[in-house]
Design a protein around this ligand. Structure first.
Ligand code: CUA
Length: 159
């Protein structure tokens, strides 16, 4: 089979681009600490409010500049976040979000951070982020979960 010389150049360019793409993905994964979120435990979706850590929802300080936010995705709110009462932490705080769902799949995203994961019934998802920049961070559900999906939001104020 005769391969035209222009086709050979095109194939070589494709091979180079594939190799560069793989290198770029690998470099960004290692330099930015990108990783897939794995389950960090499971809970029985029935009677979830009686099982640790979801028997005590909310923002708790666990150390100097360390916080834990335990929350439950429920149609249609991030329990116990109230839209009119933002969570507040000082700049430089590290928050570990522990979340699960009591009904359907939700999506937890904190705008402007890499907090972004599906929240699956029965599975505990844990994500940690250090909020160095003061400002307002929107907490949203980014997985369509029914009629009032757009109401699943709250605010975090880093001061
Ligand atoms: Cu929960 Cu959309």
């Amino acid at each position: 089979m005769k391969v035209h010389s222009l086709e050979k150049i095109y194939l070589a360019l494709c091979a180079v681009l594939i190799v560069l793409g793989v290198i770029a993905i690998g470099a960004s994964v290692f330099s930015h600490g990108v990783h897939l979120v794995g389950p960090s435990g499971s809970v029985n979706a029935a009677g979830i409010a009686k099982q640790a850590p979801f028997d005590q929802l909310g923002l708790k300080q666990t150390g100097d500049g360390q916080y834990e936010m335990t929350m439950l995705g429920q149609m249609w709110q991030w329990n116990p976040i109230k839209q009119q009462e933002p969570l507040t932490v000082p700049a430089g705080s590290t928050i570990t979000f522990k979340a699960t769902s009591s009904d359907v799949i939700h999506g937890l995203m904190v705008r402007g951070t890499n907090i972004n994961a599906m929240i699956i019934p029965g599975q505990i998802t844990e994500l940690t982020y250090t909020f160095d920049k003061p400002g307002e961070y929107l907490i949203v559900c980014h997985e369509y979960c029914g009629a009032f999906h757009q109401e699943m939001y709250g605010k975090l104020v880093v001061s």
